[in-house]
Design a protein around this ligand. Structure first.
Ligand SMILES: Nc1ncnc2c1ncn2[C@@H]1O[C@H](COP(=O)(O)OP(=O)(O)OP(=O)(O)O)[C@@H](O)[C@H]1O
Ligand SMILES: [Mg+2]
Length: 229
């Protein structure tokens, strides 16, 4: 099976079952650099499972995932984890910031884990926090900031390593519509400016409107939606 030409990350015929529950039943996916793709579909249809497989977090039972010309399944666990740290960024529904660390330490964390010095990591972290308009919160802990602010801190953390792919699973799911739109605007602007691809899982058409293309997952199968413009 060959990935579509020009794609940065693609998947073909992905299957994944949890015991008797079929989560993915032949899903396909592809995204190229700088593209924002929304993954939509009803609850339980397999969206998060697809994202976790594409990010190399969950191994599919069968099918192929190719990132940058290499098959994920062919890599060692160590190589896959290193790739996740260097090339991928993650934003989840509830920021999942580390409560004991300050906001700037949270944003700097992926760089620290990659071996960057504290000084340099925090300087880069602060640049990203400025872009996300949360630099004023640098010394606060996640428990002391609002949901929308926390999500912008989480977006800064996802982008701080200049990832090639940002995986966002319901990044605005816990926010009101105004904050949700602001987070989407900042996330997609930042990603476009660094030519990162964004895999955006969402229930909301309003959030998917920030994407270049939508795919719909139903019963573990995906299909492209032609956007009516
Ligand atoms: N770790 C797991 N163990 C067992 N079953 C799971 C697991 N993860 C997902 N499933 C099941 O796989 C199916 C797909 O789940 P998934 O989380 O991918 O759906 P989703 O589309 O992200 O749903 P939602 O919109 O509610 O987040 C569901 O039936 C779910 O119950
Ligand atoms: Mg989900």
């Amino acid at each position: 099976m060959t990935p579509p030409p020009g794609s940065l990350l693609s998947a073909q015929d992905l299957r994944k079952a949890y015991g008797p529950t079929v989560a993915l039943d032949g899903a396909e996916f592809s995204i190229h650099a700088g593209e924002v793709v929304a993954v939509m579909g009803p609850s339980g249809s397999g969206k998060s499972t697809l994202l976790h497989c594409l990010a190399g977090i969950v191994p599919p039972d069968s099918g192929s995932i190719v990132y940058g010309g290499r098959e994920l399944a062919g890599m060692s666990d160590t190589h896959r984890s290193a790739l996740r740290r260097s090339d991928f960024g993650f934003v989840f529904q509830f920021g999942r910031l580390v409560p004991e660390l300050t906001c700037v330490e949270n944003v700097a964390l992926p760089l620290r884990l990659n071996g960057t010095s504290r000084r340099k990591a925090e300087r880069t972290a602060l640049d990203w926090m400025e872009r996300l308009e949360v630099d004023g919160l640098k010394d606060k802990r996640p428990g002391e900031v609002s949901g929308g602010q926390g999500q912008r801190v989480a977006v800064a953390r996802a982008l701080v390593t200049s990832p090639r792919v940002v995986f966002a699973d319901e990044p605005t799911g816990a926010l009101d519509s105004l904050n949700g739109e602001r987070v989407m605007e900042l996330l997609t602007d930042a990603a476009r400016s660094t030519n990162a691809a964004v895999v955006l899982v969402t229930h909301e058409a309003r959030v998917a409107a920030y994407s270049d293309r939508e795919i719909v997952v139903r019963d573990g199968r995906s299909r492209d939606m032609e956007r009516a413009v």
